[in-house]
Design a protein around this ligand. Structure first.
Ligand code: ZN
Length: 392
């Protein structure tokens, strides 16, 4: 496992340890002048703009309870005899404008808008479980639909066109290109090293210094001072889930959720879901504290009909620009046309921030509040952690 980086003129060129994809990190860019966003006014004015966007978009919103039954399509009976799949506040129905196979939309809450730190664990859990139920029904009808995808685009800067909180669920016959790359590279790593990249990554990131104890490669005539000083990117972990700030992020404030025990989204157990929802909630509280108002959450699942020893199911969360009428995009020609990510947040500082929030919020029983275990009778505890027992 190599955390490869090159420093030139104060910019860190980092390479993903699995895929070798490049990102360039320069935290000074976060402080650059953005003419449409006067930093002195960000707090008050952006709040007013946001309130206005939310108020206007609520009028005639087809995802609000008054219109959803009338305006959204229904599944055929072999997917859902009731037309839509419901659980708690979640309602899942077909996407009218799909960009994938078996593309559905899953409303998370009856509220038209929720600040990103106000989603309840119940809402997030119901949405995840209902999505898994939908995916299972698709697969039962079509055994070729093996690659599930779960995407949450929160607020328009993330490419979510409707404010009302919802997820996208797809079940594809082939992995998406990035999903395929991760699967192929993980197999290659397994064949070369005889071990699983993802569990190796967790172990490497747990070590003091998080792999940064190796000296960065540098070139003559260039500054070699590292932007970080041996700070860890590891946030927290138990047997079921690990959270890491990615070494070479594809997006700002990127956090990886790695499930070391499973390779597919469909293998999530009650315990995994409890762990994930609690940690996601914590991270979203952290995002809010950092002034973030938009994000993408995506899954990278292995095929649902196989248990792969070389791959672990994982997700990524990245922040997007704050929703306001006009804003500076975080994605430009380098990302869209050159396949290079330009990042202005340091993973090591993000991990530090998230660790402090995690410690404050969850104290000793970090991921797995006992009250949730009580609400899930099939979840027991082992060494203070929830233990997976059954499939959902
Ligand atoms: Zn709405």
């Amino acid at each position: 496992m190599e955390f490869r980086r090159v420093i030139r003129d104060g910019i860190e060129y980092r390479f993903d340890p699995l895929t070798n994809e490049q990102c360039r990190i320069n935290p000074r860019r976060a402080k650059r002048v953005k003419q449409v966003e006067n930093p002195d006014k960000v707090g008050a004015e952006s709040g007013i703009e946001l309130d206005e966007i939310i108020r206007k978009s609520k009028e005639g919103c087809v995802f609000c309870p008054q219109l959803i039954e009338e305006k959204t399509p229904e599944f055929p009976p072999d997917i859902s005899p009731d037309g839509r799949i419901k659980r708690g506040e979640t309602i899942i129905f077909p996407n009218l404008n799909p960009f994938g196979e078996n593309h559905a939309v899953g409303i998370i809450t009856t509220e038209h808008f929720l600040p990103l730190d106000e989603f309840s664990e119940r809402q997030l859990m119901d949405n995840l479980i209902a999505s898994i139920n939908y995916i299972r029904r698709v697969y039962e009808n079509n055994r070729d639909a093996r690659f599930p995808i779960y995407i949450w685009n929160y607020m328009p800067p993330s490419a979510g066109s409707i404010i009302h909180p919802h997820v996208q669920i797809m079940v594809e016959g082939e992995p998406l290109p990035q999903q395929r790359l991760l699967l192929d590279k993980s197999l290659e790593y397994f064949q070369q090293n005889g071990s699983n990249y993802w569990t190796d990554l967790i172990e490497a990131e747990k070590e003091p210094g998080g792999g940064l104890r190796s000296k960065p490669l540098s070139e003559a005539n260039h500054k070699t001072k590292s932007l970080v000083n041996g700070v860890n990117r590891f946030i927290l972990a138990n047997n079921s889930l690990a959270l890491i700030a990615s070494f070479a992020p594809r997006g700002f404030n990127e956090i990886q959720f790695i499930f070391p025990e499973i390779s597919s989204f469909m293998d999530l157990t009650d315990a995994h879901i409890v762990d994930f929802v609690q940690s996601l909630k914590t991270v979203l509280v952290g995002y809010k504290e950092m002034g973030i108002g938009s994000f993408n959450l995506v899954t990278y699942s292995g095929p649902m009909d196989e248990s792969l020893d070389y791959y672990c199911f994982n997700m990524k969360l990245i922040s997007r620009p704050f929703p306001r009428c006009v804003y500076t995009n975080d994605t430009g020609p380098m990302e869209r046309l050159y396949d290079v990510r330009v990042i202005d947040t340091l993973p090591e500082q993000l991990a530090e921030k998230m660790r402090s929030i995690t410690n404050r919020r969850l104290c000793t029983d970090i991921l797995l509040a006992r009250n949730l275990c009580q609400r899930f009778p099939k979840v027991t505890q082992r060494d203070g952690f929830a233990q997976k027992v059954v499939h959902l």
